[in-house]
Design a protein around this ligand. Structure first.
Ligand code: ADP
Ligand code: MG
Length: 447
C-alpha cells in the first residue's frame, strides 16, 4: 500500500520523476500506531531535508493516506535516529491501543456520547434516543431527514451502538439504500442458480432493527421499491424497529411511491437543521477533546464563524489546520487558520463538477484508490471504473474527449470514446450499472 500512496501523491500533484526519486521514493514507513504514522526519510538529507519534505509533501501524503486507507492519520517524518528515540519513549507508556472495533459495520466514533445536542437537532436526538431505549415501542418507523453532513449517519450509528450495547443478542442491520438495492439486484440476477432471493429476504426480514441510510438513492426503481415495501411490511407487522434517513422529508421525495410515502409517515418524522454558532463551537470543542488537542479559543471562534452549513466541513477545517501546524511546526493561530482555510471560506464556494470530483466519488464507490483511476493501469477492476469516470465526465462536464483522456490515464480521444460507448451500450440492459451511474450522478451533483 505504501508504494500506492506515494504514487498517488506523485500523480495527483504532478511531481517530476527527479523530485520523486530524491524526496519521496526513499520514504519508508517505520511504525503505525493508533492514528500516527512515523515515516523515515533518507538520513543523508539531514534535518533540513526532512523539514523540506514535511513542508512540501506532508499534506499531500496525509491526504493520500486518508484516501487509500480510509483513515485519518497524523504523520511524522523523521530521521532514523529520531525514530529510535521515539520508540523508546513509547514503550514505557503503552496505552489502550488495543481497543478494537467491535462492530465492523459501525463507525466506533458515532455514538450518543460524542453527539452534540443543539437547537438544530434536539428533536432528532431525543427521538433517536427514545427509539434506541425502546425499539419498536415508540416511533416506528423513525424517519430522520436533513442536508449533507449534518449528522444523520452519526445518529443512526448511535442508535445501533446503543441497542447492541444494551442487548448484544439483538439483530441489528445497518445498510445504505444503495447496498440494499445492489444486493437485491444481485439476488435477482442469480435467482436461477440458487435460492439467493430467499437468502436476501432472510437477511433483511429476520432481524430486530433495520436502519436504512440515505433512502433517497432507492427512488425511481420499481422493483427495489416493491421489495422494500414488502420488507417494511414484514418487519413492521412483526413489531421490529425501522429507522430511515433521507435528505428530504417523505412528502418531498418525488419519485417515491405513494404507498411507501404514507408508510414512512406512520411513525415520527424529525429533521436536522444546520447548527447555530453555539452548536458549532460545542462540536469543535468536542472534537478537540476527542482528538486530545488544545486549540486557541480565537481559532475555534474563527472556524465556527466562517464554516456554517456542514459539520463534516467544520470538523475537516480543524483537522486541516492542526495537520498544517504540525507539519510546518507552527503554532495554531488565527493567522494560520486564515491561510489554511482560504479555499474553504472563499465567497460562494459552489462545488464545481470536475474530473477530480468524479474520480473521488467513483473511487469511493468501487473501493479503489483515486491514483488508480488517474494511472495507466489496465487491469479490468481498474479500467472499468475508469471507463465509468469517462462516461460521467462526458455527461457532467464540458470537457473535450481528449481533455478527459489526459486526466484519466493519459488516453487519447478514441480510447475515451470507446470507453463511453461501451458503458452506454451496457447501460441498456445492466441494471446494476444503471443503479451505479444513477447514484454516482446524484452524489456528484446533488439536488
Ligand atoms: P450525514 O449523514 O447527515 O451526511 P454525518 O452523520 O456523516 O452526516 O456527519 C458528518 C460529520 O459530522 C461526522 O463526522 C459526524 O460525526 C459529525 N457530526 C454531525 N453532527 C454532529 C453532532 N451533533 N455532534 C458531533 N458531531 C457531529
Ligand atoms: Mg450520511
Amino acid at each position: 500500500k505504501w508504494d500506492e500512496i506515494l504514487m498517488s501523491v506523485k500523480i495527483t500533484h504532478d511531481i517530476t520523476d527527479v523530485s520523486f526519486r530524491t524526496w519521496l521514493a526513499p520514504l519508508k514507513v517505520y511504525d503505525v500506531e493508533d492514528n500516527l504514522i512515523t515515516i523515515l526519510s533518507n538520513p543523508d538529507l539531514g534535518k533540513d531535508g526532512v523539514s523540506f519534505i514535511s513542508k512540501k509533501y506532508g499534506i499531500p501524503i496525509k491526504v493520500a493516506i486518508e484516501e487509500i486507507t480510509g483513515k485519518n492519520y497524523e504523520i511524522s517524518i523523521v530521521l532514523p535516529d529520531e525514530a529510535k528515540e521515539i520508540s523508546k519513549k513509547e514503550n514505557s507508556n503503552q496505552g489502550n491501543s488495543a481497543q478494537k472495533n467491535k462492530y465492523p459495520f459501525l463507525n466506533p466514533r458515532y455514538t450518543f456520547d460524542t453527539f452534540v445536542v443543539g437547537t438544530n437537532n434536539n428533536l432528532a436526538h431525543a427521538a433517536s434516543l427514545a427509539v434506541a431505549e425502546s425499539p419498536a415501542e415508540v416511533y416506528n418507523p423513525l424517519f430522520i431527514y436533513g442536508g449533507v453532513g449534518l449528522g444523520k449517519t452519526h445518529l443512526m450509528h448511535s442508535i445501533a451502538h446503543f441497542i447492541l450495547e444494551h442487548n448484544p443478542s439483538s439483530k441489528v442491520l445497518y445498510v445504505t439504500s444503495e447496498t440494499f438495492t445492489n444486493e437485491l439486484i444481485d439476488a435477482i440476477r442469480n435467482r436461477s442458480e440458487n435460492s439467493s432471493t430467499a437468502e436476501f429476504r432472510e437477511k433483511y426480514r429476520n432481524i430486530d432493527v433495520l436502519l436504512i441510510d440515505d433512502i433517497q438513492f432507492i427512488i425511481g426503481k420499481e422493483s427495489t421499491q416493491e421489495e422494500f415495501f414488502h420488507t417494511f411490511n414484514t418487519l413492521h407487522e412483526s413489531k421490529k424497529q425501522i429507522i430511515i434517513s433521507s435528505d428530504k422529508p417523505p412528502k418531498d421525495i418525488e419519485t417515491l411511491e405513494e404507498r411507501l410515502r404514507s408508510r414512512f409517515e406512520w411513525g415520527l418524522t424529525v429533521d436536522i437543521q444546520s447548527p447555530d454558532y453555539e452548536t458549532r463551537m460545542a462540536i469543535l470543542k468536542k472534537k478537540e477533546e476527542l482528538d486530545g488537542l488544545q486549540i486557541d479559543n480565537e481559532v475555534m471562534k474563527y472556524i465556527a464563524t466562517n464554516i456554517k452549513s456542514n459539520i463534516r466541513e467544520l470538523e475537516g477545517a480543524l483537522t486541516k489546520i492542526v495537520a498544517f501546524s504540525r507539519l510546518e511546526k507552527k503554532d495554531v493561530t488565527v493567522e494560520l487558520a486564515e491561510k489554511v482555510l482560504k479555499d474553504l471560506i472563499s465567497p460562494n464556494n459552489k462545488k464545481e463538477i470536475t474530473v477530480d470530483l468524479i474520480v473521488e466519488m467513483t473511487s469511493e464507490h468501487f473501493n479503489i484508490a483515486q491514483s488508480d483511476l488517474y494511472s495507466t493501469k489496465k487491469s479490468k477492476n481498474i479500467s472499468y471504473p475508469r471507463q465509468i469516470c469517462m462516461y460521467l465526465s462526458r455527461k457532467l462536464t464540458e470537457l473535450s474527449l481528449s481533455d478527459i483522456g489526459k486526466k484519466l490515464g493519459n488516453r487519447d480521444h478514441t480510447t475515451v470514446l470507446h470507453g463511453i460507448d461501451k458503458i452506454t451500450k451496457e447501460l441498456e440492459n445492466d441494471s446494476t450499472l444503471q443503479n451505479t451511474i444513477e447514484v454516482l450522478s446524484k452524489k456528484i451533483n446533488p439536488q
